[in-house]
Write a protein that binds this ligand. Structure first.
Ligand SMILES: [Zn+2]
Length: 256
């Protein structure tokens, strides 16, 4: 009876909250710029100390939130009052996006918590119906990513904005995409994850531009070092693997 209670879900949730809110909460050296959680170094998820224990944000999500703030300092925000399509929706980015959208649609090919099931290469929307589209670490899973990018362009109005991230190997100029790599084991070895079909290089921006976008890019170098450290916008402990993914970028792709 006691063993069953100890392993039950309510007790597990209580233990996790005690861990997160008491053990991890002091000293408050780091904070999440999405949910506001403050505490010690974040939890480990692939990289050490990068995962927010409250909202689950990782480096790319916090970088997007920070980059959006910077973006808003410029011209019109791509979020406020916008019709937004969030592909493969993450809970943490939903916190940033949903309250500000006029219309929010989430879609995914498999995730049960998305509002719609869809294939990103054949989206069930009319041309130009969205102002903003977010696809965070989606395209590396898609066999025909050029068609997916063309679809992203199609469903956006002219001057609409796609906000994109993909894992990229550090210092790799051209995308690594080998048709001979087929099995999950080969993909894991070559690309770093069994369900990835390529590892992008610095030419990712060219691939986005070819679909009809004007591309700008933001990374952690756009922010003060203290801000980067506080919100963990780059890995405190870089990965040594060939497919490193240590340097994350946010691509703002404006539809031509
Ligand atoms: Zn958080």
């Amino acid at each position: 009876m006691l063993t069953r209670l100890r392993h039950s879900r309510p007790v597990g949730v209580m233990r996790y909250h005690l861990y997160r809110d008491l053990l991890l909460a002091r000293p408050r050296r780091h904070s999440c710029n999405i949910c506001g959680w403050q505490g010690r170094p974040f939890l480990t998820h692939l990289h050490r100390f990068v995962l927010c224990p409250k909202c689950g944000s990782q480096i790319r999500h916090r970088l997007i939130a920070a980059a959006l703030e910077g973006h808003e300092a410029g011209t019109r925000t791509p979020l406020d009052g916008a019709r937004i399509l969030h592909i493969s929706p993450e809970y943490c980015l939903g916190l940033v996006v949903r309250p500000r959208a006029w219309l929010y649609v989430s879609a995914d090919w498999a995730a049960a918590d998305a509002m719609l099931r869809q294939d990103i290469t054949r989206m069930p929307f009319r041309d130009g119906v969205f102002d903003t589209l977010m696809a965070c670490d989606v395209l590396e899973h898609v066999a025909d990513d050029r068609t997916a990018l063309a679809e992203c362009r199609r469903v956006l109005r002219p001057k609409g904005m796609a906000i994109l991230t993909v894992p990229q190997s550090d210092g790799q100029e051209t995308t690594n995409e080998n048709p001979a790599v087929q099995t999950p084991e080969e993909r894991a070895t070559t690309y770093g994850q069994s369900d990835h079909v390529r590892n992008y290089g610095d030419d990712f921006a060219d691939r986005v531009a070819a679909a009809g976008f004007r591309v700008t890019c933001v990374d952690s170098s756009a922010f003060a070092p203290a801000f980067v450290q506080q919100h963990v916008l780059k890995p405190p402990v870089p990965l040594n693997a060939a497919w490193g993914w240590n340097h994350r970028r946010v691509y703002f792709a404006q539809a031509a």
